[in-house]
Write a protein that binds this ligand. Sequence first.
Ligand code: GLU
Length: 280
Amino acid sequence: MRTRFAPSPNGPLHLGHAYAAIVAHDTARARGGEFILRIEDIDGERSRAEFVEEFFRDLEWLGLEWDGEPVFQSHRLESHAAAGERLKSMGLLYPCICTRAEITAAATAFGPDGPVYPGTCRHRAVDPVNAAWRLDVGKAMDLAGPLEWVDEHAGPQVANPQIFGDVVLLRKDLPASYHLAATLDDATDGITLVTRGMDLFPASHVHRLLQALLGLSVPTWLHHPLLVEADGRKLAKRRGSPSLSDRRRAGEDGRAIAEALREGRLPAGLSLSQGVDHGA
Ligand code: GLU
C-alpha cells in the first residue's frame, strides 16, 4: 500500500498537521507500505518556498521519514491541463464568470464549502477568456452512473458530489483546482490509501466522480479525526496555536510530541473531533 501526506505551503505546519502526518506515516509503516510526501504548491499566490524547507525540518524533527523524493504538485501542471481539456471535450465543463458576491446573493443551498453555485452560467454564453470552468455535476453523474467509495473508518459510501453543486475544476489562474489536482496526483503517485482529515471527507465524493470520469485508479480513504481547540475549531496559527517550527526552535522534543499524539495525550485545551458533519 502507499499513502501520502500532502500539505500546502501557504502557512506553517502546526500540531494538526503533525497528527495527519503521523496517521499517514504510521499506517504505511504498520502495513509494510510506503509513505509519500507531496507538496501541494500550485497556488502561486499563497505558496511560499520557505515554508517547504520548514516542512522538511518539521517532519524530521517529529521523527517521520518519507519514502523517495518529495513530490511537488507544481511540476504537474501539464498533466492537470490535459485532464481539464479531456473533461472539456467530453462536454462536462462550462465557463463561469460569476463573482463570489454574485454566487452568495443567488445561492439557495449551502454545501460543505459554503453557498452552492446556483448554476447561473450553465446555460448561458460566456466568454471563456478569464473564466473558471465548472463541472456540470448532474451531467457527469448521469454519465458515470452510481458510484461508491470506501472509508476505512466510516465504511462504504454512495458518492454524492451534488452536495457541492457544480464545483470549479479549472481556476481562472490555474489549470486545476484542489479537487482536480489532488485526484490526478493521487493516481499519478500510485496512492492506494488516501489519508487526510475529516474536514476533507465531503471532497472525496467529488474525487470519486473525477476518478470515474477520467478512468483513474480508485483508492480507499481513511479520514482521521481533527485536532481541534476548545471551541471546536481547527488549530490555526492566527488564533495563537504555535507552529511546529516555533516549537522546534524553542527546543521542544519533536519525537516526544509525536509519541504523545500517537497515544492520545493531547496538550491542554485540545481534543480530537470527527470534525465536520459529512451528511452520511
Ligand atoms: N493540501 C491539502 C491541505 O493542506 C490536503 C490535501 C489532501 O490531503 O487531499 O489541506
